[in-house]
Design a protein around this ligand. Structure first.
Ligand code: DAH
Length: 345
């Protein structure tokens, strides 16, 4: 009988705990404590227990009954609490749920990942470099000595070095990701194929196509026998992958001290379809990828033999690429935290 009582207690308690609602709780109560409930019937049998054990069994039976009643009471209370608090909040427990808002990658990051994938597929590796840079890597190593007029075009932001051992003007915010040409080439022997995505800073007049803080993806390749046609082929391949097969490009000559010859790549403005708008300054074209053959002085400064190896370099204006890709007409939208903008991508 002892065993039977313990079994009744255990199964009653576990059923009560699992009961999902009041109705089922009532049923469980009847099943154990009702007139023909399991416990009630067992208690009736108590007269059959030998007299000397009867008071002990009686005590146990009472305890089992109390435990069941107490567990029932507690469960009633928790169920009531749950439903009344839901009702108080006006929660309709039958309504379908609300999907939680899930964030996503910024359009800039999405395009950047794509750019990295395209270059990876043609054998380039991605490298990262410092945004706070020395004058040497930003200018000198790139064939731009101290008195070179090309420095004026870079609108450089200088860091205050007054309380340091560094000479004034030596530490700057990098104005171009080309800084990484010297840094990588000093460490890696040719052949190299590297891209460097990163942020640059200039004291610029901000407008729809210029930011004081803007992204570029620098790239360069050095090997034996790298030719200008390799550069054109690479630019065309990459921009077709990123902007679609029928992207319209045009090349012009340009001057950057670290390349010879220098090439500028223009893409037909996708915002006005070449008709002319404020983004492309009414020209129908937007500068997207300046490039050129790496100047022998740059190769030499990095310790390369400029007689034996040659290379090309380029920089994709990433902020501009993203705006053109999504026809955003103003690259300031890329740093605008308004979710109504970001949720469109
Ligand atoms: N660093 C240059 C700038 O931001 C862009 C550039 C031009 C990068 C020609 C290159 C290049 O690698 O070959 O003004």
């Amino acid at each position: 009988m002892e065993e039977e009582l313990m079994q009744i207690k255990n199964s009653a308690v576990s059923m009560i705990i699992d009961a999902p609602n009041q109705k089922e709780l009532e049923e469980i109560k009847l099943q154990f404590l009702g007139r023909s409930g399991k416990l009630t019937l067992t208690l009736k049998e108590i007269t059959k227990v030998p007299v000397e054990k009867r008071s002990e069994i009686g005590k146990l039976a009472n305890e089992v009954k109390r435990t069941i009643e107490k567990t029932l009471e507690e469960k009633y209370f928790t169920l009531k609490l749950k439903f009344s608090s839901l009702r108080k909040q006006n929660v309709d427990t039958t309504a379908p749920g609300i999907k939680p808002a899930i964030g996503h990658l910024h359009p800039m990051t999405q395009v950047l990942y794509e750019v990295v994938d395209v270059f990876k597929s043609i054998g380039f590796q991605a490298a990262d470099g410092p945004e706070i840079e020395t004058d040497y890597y930003n200018f000198e190593a790139l064939n731009i000595p101290k008195d070179h007029p090309a420095r004026d075009t870079q609108m450089t932001l200088y860091l205050d070095t007054r309380n340091s051992k560094v000479n004034p003007g030596e530490i700057i915010l990098r104005t171009q990701t080309s800084t990484m040409q010297g840094r990588v080439m000093e460490k890696v022997k040719p052949p190299v194929r590297v891209i460097v995505p990163g942020k640059n800073f200039r004291y610029e007049q901000v407008d729809s196509s210029h930011g004081f803080e803007f992204w570029q993806v620098e790239g360069f390749m050095v090997d034996t026998n790298v030719k200008l046609t390799d550069l054109f082929g690479t630019i065309e391949y990459v921009l077709q992958k990123l902007m679609g097969k029928d992207v319209k490009l045009k090349f012009t000559t340009t001057n950057f001290p670290f390349v010879e010859p220098g090439v500028d790549t223009y893409i037909q403005c996708s915002i006005c379809k070449g008709k002319g708008c404020s983004f492309c300054k009414q020209s129908g074209w937007s500068e997207i990828m300046p490039a050129g053959m790496i100047h022998p002085n740059v190769l030499k400064a990095a310790g390369y033999d400029s007689q034996r190896v040659s290379g090309f370099a380029f920089a994709i204006g990433l902020s501009r690429l993203v705006t053109l890709r999504y026809q955003m007409n103003d690259l300031r939208l890329l740093t605008n935290p308004d979710l109504r903008i970001l949720e469109q991508f």
